[in-house]
Write a protein that binds this ligand. Structure first.
Ligand code: SF4
Length: 420
C-alpha cells in the first residue's frame, strides 16, 4: 500500500490537446425558486442573468438538448450519461412537465446511452405535491436534498420569501423520502457550511435522516466577494501555505476537521462524505470524480432554461456573464462546447493552475480548489489565483494526510512477516 503523500502521481493529464467529452449534463429546468437563501449564487451573486431567462425550459429546448446529448454520447461511445435536473428549484416545473421532460431525454438516448438521472432540490415540493415522487420513482431519479443541519442552522440561511425558515418543510419531505417505499431514491444531503455552527451538532442533525452520502459545501466566494469568515483585507497568497506554519484563521478547515475526526473514527460507517473521500482517494494517488478538489478535467456542461450552453453555474459568483460561452442548443453542439476555450482552460490539469498552486506540494490533491473560488480581478488570467479557501484547504488536506500516514504506518509496523 503506498504511503499517502501530498505529491502523489498526477490524477489527470497536465495539458493534453484533446478536448474531454461531457459525461454530465446539467439541465436548468426551472430558473426560479420557492426559497430565498442568503448565500444563493443564482440570485444573490454577481451574475443576474436569471432575470432575463424563461422560468422553465420549453419542451422544444428539452428535445433539442436531448438530441444533442444523444449525438455527443454516440460520437464518444459513452454507454451512460449523467443527467442532473437542476434549478432554481427543479420541482417547480410540476409533475406533468417533469414526466414529459424525463421521457424526452430517455427517448432521445434510447439505444445509445443509459441516462442516470439525479435531481437536486430543497425538498419542499415533494411533501406538497404527492404526484412528484411517483414520477421520479418511475424514472429512477435519485434525489439530493439541501439541508444545512439543525433547525436553527438551516433556518438562519434557507429562508422563505416572507423571511420564515424552511427546515420544518424540508424535514417533512425527508421523512417522506426516507420511508421504505422511496428510500432507494434518496441520494443524500447537501449542506452548505456555516463555520459559526457547531460542526458535530450539524453532523448529528444531518445523520438523523440516514443519508447515504453527504456533500459538505464551502459557500461560494471569490477574492472579490470573500466568503463569510474570510476577512475582506485578506489577499491572495503569493506562496503556497507551508505545512505546519502559522497562517490566517481557517474557520472552514477547523469545522471540517472536527467532522472528519468524528466521521473517520466512527466504529461503523455512518455515511459517505464526498469531500473527505475524494481527498483520501487523491492522497493515495487516485482520481477525483468532482471538480471541488483534484485535477480531473471538467466534464460537466450546463443547459440553461433558454437553451444557452454554459459552464458550471458556480461561476455566477465571480462576475456577470462568467458562465457564458455564447453557444446555444439551437445553433451549436456539445462538441462545439467541448472545444470552447472556457472548457479547455478547465481540462489542462496541473498546467491549468496559476504559478502559486503549481508550486504547492498539495496541488495534485487540492487542484486549486473549485475553479470559481480562484477568481481574483487582479490576477492574470483572473482564475489563476489560489482558492479563496487556500489556507482552509491546506489545513484540511494536511490533517487528512496525517491521519492516513499514521494508519498506513501502523499497518506496516503490525504486518506479520511472511513465512519462509
Ligand atoms: S489553493 Fe490549494 S493548491 Fe493552491 S496554493 Fe492553496 S493549498 Fe496549494
Amino acid at each position: 500500500m503506498p504511503m499517502p503523500a501530498t505529491n502523489a502521481p498526477p490524477a489527470a493529464p497536465d495539458g493534453g490537446t484533446e478536448s474531454v467529452p461531457f459525461r454530465q449534463f446539467l439541465l436548468k429546468i426551472h430558473s426560479r425558486c420557492n426559497l430565498a437563501c442568503t448565500y444563493c449564487y443564482m440570485y444573490e451573486a454577481a451574475d443576474q442573468s436569471w432575470r432575463q431567462r424563461p422560468r422553465s425550459m420549453a419542451p422544444a429546448t428539452v428535445q433539442r438538448a436531448a438530441r444533442l446529448m444523444a449525438e455527443h454520447a454516440a460520437e464518444h461511445g459513452l454507454s451512460e450519461v449523467h443527467v442532473v435536473l437542476h434549478g432554481g428549484e427543479p420541482l417547480l416545473v410540476g409533475a406533468e412537465r417533469l414526466e414529459a421532460l424525463i421521457g424526452t431525454v430517455t427517448g432521445a438516448l434510447a439505444g445509445i446511452a443509459a441516462p442516470r438521472f439525479t435531481l437536486q432540490t430543497n425538498g419542499i415540493r415533494l411533501a406538497e405535491d404527492p404526484r412528484l415522487l411517483p414520477v421520479l420513482d418511475r424514472h429512477g431519479v435519485r434525489i439530493g436534498v439541501s439541508l444545512d443541519g439543525t433547525p436553527a442552522g438551516h433556518d438562519r440561511h434557507r429562508l422563505r420569501a416572507d423571511g420564515g425558515g424552511s427546515h420544518a418543510a424540508t424535514a417533512r419531505a425527508l421523512e417522506l423520502l426516507t420511508q421504505p417505499a422511496h428510500q432507494h431514491l434518496f441520494a443524500g444531503l447537501l449542506c452548505v457550511i456555516d463555520p459559526t455552527t457547531d460542526p458535530l451538532e450539524t453532523y448529528d442533525a444531518l445523520l438523523q435522516f440516514a443519508p447515504p452520502r453527504l456533500d459538505l459545501l464551502l459557500p461560494h466566494g471569490t477574492w472579490q466577494t470573500r466568503p463569510p469568515g474570510v476577512a475582506a483585507s485578506t489577499s491572495p497568497p503569493s506562496a503556497p501555505p507551508a505545512p505546519g506554519a502559522s497562517r490566517r484563521p481557517t474557520p472552514y478547515a477547523d469545522w471540517l476537521c472536527a467532522v472528519f475526526d468524528r466521521w473517520y473514527s466512527a466504529p461503523r460507517r455512518e455515511t459517505g462524505i464526498r469531500l473527505f473521500e475524494e481527498i483520501m482517494v487523491l492522497l493515495f494517488g487516485g482520481t477525483a470524480r468532482s471538480e471541488v478538489v483534484g485535477l480531473t478535467p471538467v466534464d460537466l456542461v450546463v443547459v440553461e432554461t433558454d437553451g444557452a450552453i454554459e459552464q458550471a453555474d458556480s461561476l455566477k459568483v465571480s462576475y456577470p456573464g462568467a458562465p457564458e460561452t455564447g453557444l446555444h442548443v439551437f445553433r451549436d453542439t456539445f462538441a462545439d462546447a467541448a472545444a470552447h476555450p472556457a472548457f479547455r482552460a478547465r481540462q489542462r490539469g496541473l498546467s491549468g493552475l496559476g504559478p502559486v498552486c503549481r508550486s504547492c506540494v498539495r496541488s495534485r490533491v487540492c487542484g486549486g480548489g473549485l475553479y470559481a473560488h480562484r477568481y481574483s480581478p487582479g490576477a492574470a488570467p483572473v482564475f489563476s489565483a489560489p482558492s479563496v479557501y487556500c489556507d482552509d484547504l491546506a489545513v484540511l488536506i494536511d490533517h487528512i494526510g496525517a491521519q492516513l500516514r499514521r494508519d498506513v504506518a501502523a499497518l506496516t509496523v503490525h504486518r506479520p512477516k511472511a513465512s519462509r
